[in-house]
Design a protein around this ligand. Structure first.
Ligand SMILES: [Zn+2]
Length: 275
């Protein structure tokens, strides 16, 4: 599908949380133990005046509406309905149904359409953008741009894209400029935060930076204990909260401006309209 890369020189960063069941995609039974940490975590972003954008899954909204009602500051977008099993998630019917059901659950709680969409595990294809657009969504932020469970996208650029038609923005999740690991807390814990800090410090920071994390990256749940040895090692390493907050502070000290996904989309769409 033809698109134009959207080049911006402003140093912008968006922090995004994927709000979903614990360890989404690993288990058939949905649980939400990590959710208890949500209000406190949101409070940290409020106190530090850093916009937080949350992509929330439909199944989460249906089972945890009470905790969502207590939150006023974050910006909410749709994270589809759920994380389909890996062997089915690329089927057209599964992807498109996830979009429809996710948006329906979002709308029935928030009483509005989501402005942004992020597919579980990044399982989206460009052909789905028409459906998103006609569902009232303005931008997608599902693409991973390096090594990820959704596949290996080594040569996919981190640059936002403008697809016309249908007139739609895609804002990929950033990857490390050299090593192509996603800029997400789970990879930062796995590989160590230093690797993710140096591009910022030497001026190789991406424009924009889109950072991604989950509550189960931050807190241990009973499911963490049941993971296979490899995933257990991934999820249990390091004091995750500290790793993330230190990284955010470092980015801020470099003079990067934090924006919400709506603010970022507005800047990108304004630029794209000039094409
Ligand atoms: Zn997810």
């Amino acid at each position: 599908m033809p698109y134009n890369p959207i080049v911006i020189s402003d140093r912008l960063a968006a922090i995004t949380l994927d709000l979903e069941e614990d360890h989404a995609g690993f288990y058939d039974i949905l649980s939400y133990e990590a959710t208890a940490s949500l209000p406190e975590m949101v409070g940290w972003f409020e106190k530090n005046r850093i916009p937080l954008s949350i992509f929330v899954a439909g199944n989460f909204i249906e089972r945890n509406s009470q905790i969502l009602e207590g939150l006023s500051s974050p910006e909410f977008h749709s994270h589809g309905y759920w994380h389909p099993p890996l062997d089915r998630m690329w089927q057209t019917e599964v992807r498109q149904r996830n979009i429809r059901d996710g948006i329906a659950a979002f709308e029935s709680f928030f009483k509005r359409k989501p402005a942004g969409y992020r597919a579980g595990c990044g399982a989206i294809k460009e052909e789905d953008f028409a459906l998103l657009k006609e569902s009232g969504v303005e931008f997608d932020s599902s693409f991973f741009t390096g090594i990820h469970v959704s596949g290996i996208h080594l040569f996919r650029s981190s640059r936002p894209r403008w697809y016309s038609p249908p007139g739609f923005v895609e804002i990929p999740i950033s990857a490390h400029p050299l090593f192509r690991f996603p800029l997400s807390l789970s990879y930062m814990k796995l590989i160590g935060p230093a690797l993710f800090s140096f591009p910022q410090q030497i001026g190789w920071g991406l424009h924009p930076l889109v950072f991604d994390f989950h509550l189960h990256d931050l807190v241990e749940t009973s499911k963490t204990k049941a993971l296979s040895p490899f995933w257990k090692w991934v999820y249990e390493r390091g004091a995750a909260g500290k790793v993330m907050l230190d990284w955010i502070s470092m980015v801020r000290d470099q003079g990067v401006e934090f924006v919400s996904m709506n603010q970022l989309n507005a800047r990108l769409a304004a630029k794209a309209r000039g094409f």
